[in-house]
Design a protein around this ligand. Sequence first.
Ligand code: C2E
Ligand code: MG
Ligand code: MG
Ligand code: MG
Length: 280
Amino acid sequence: TAKELGKNRLCFFDVGEHQLRRKRHRIADDFRRALAKDELELFYQPKVDLCRQRVVGFEALIRWHHPDNGLLTPDQFLPALAGTEQEIMLGEYVIAEGVRTIERFARLNEDYSLSINISAQHILNEGFLPKLESRLALLPAGLRSRLFIEVLESMALEDIDLSINILEGCKRLGVNLSLDDFGTGFSSLSYFRRLPVDEIKIDKSFVREILTDADDSMIVRNIVNLAKGFNRRVVGEGVESQAVAEELAGFGCDLAQGYHFSRPLSLGQALSWSDRFNGC
Ligand code: C2E
Ligand code: MG
Ligand code: MG
Ligand code: MG
């Protein structure tokens, strides 16, 4: 009967939800172990100055060497960490590693910058600024400005005043800020101009087809102009061909990142790739 069918459907739905929750739980638990057992690694993707044709910095992207499931990318585990304390533990790991990497750049006499990704939940968390300050205290003066913290454009939609406060706190500590996946967060221009960010990253969903899609091309060109008008550095993400890199350069975009230049690599590989690219 219809009633039984309805009940079954409800039942199937419940099982699905339940299993999904259990799976997320398992991943989040597993992740705790990953942190303890040192299964995480930051991979590094070069950021290329389009005008000078030089690598000027890197973005650090998290990878998980899972003992059973191989190398995992963020889409395979980040959603399961959302809202858990592990999400914050990951951010703390990334900050600590990032500081070490900047020290390594300095020892190598390279003036590369380093971008790290920090979740909205983590950066809006009460203890964030004091913890960041104590981590940065380990960095010799002058190296702090090498660090860029990337936050999602959608972050400030939660609580604009709190967001601005925290971002200003980061600026006072001497780090740079970057607005990630720009164009996907539906922020208004009045809100955009209040955010004390140094850099804007145009989401790859707009960049990918700028050569063939007139709308995307128009959007990207206008984001570049908006960014330049507000004196922000602008980065095109997801650049997969020389032609797209040239188009972006023609729009006045400062930097590009994407598989056309390099995929995210281990630190050693990323450094040697960049030495070659920069002609050292
Ligand atoms: P994102 O910060 O926007 O990073 C860019 C993503 O695009 C990376 O994916 C990168 O590998 C990928 N990508 C770069 N160039 C290309 C390209 O030419 N084509 C295509 N199709 N993709 C490209 P990944 O490493 O899988 O990271 C995905 C997202 O996960 C990141 O997006 C970021 O939001 C998040 N994430 C990564 N690492 C961390 C982290 O350490 N902490 C936090 N909280 N989030 C992270
Ligand atoms: Mg990013
Ligand atoms: Mg992005
Ligand atoms: Mg993204």
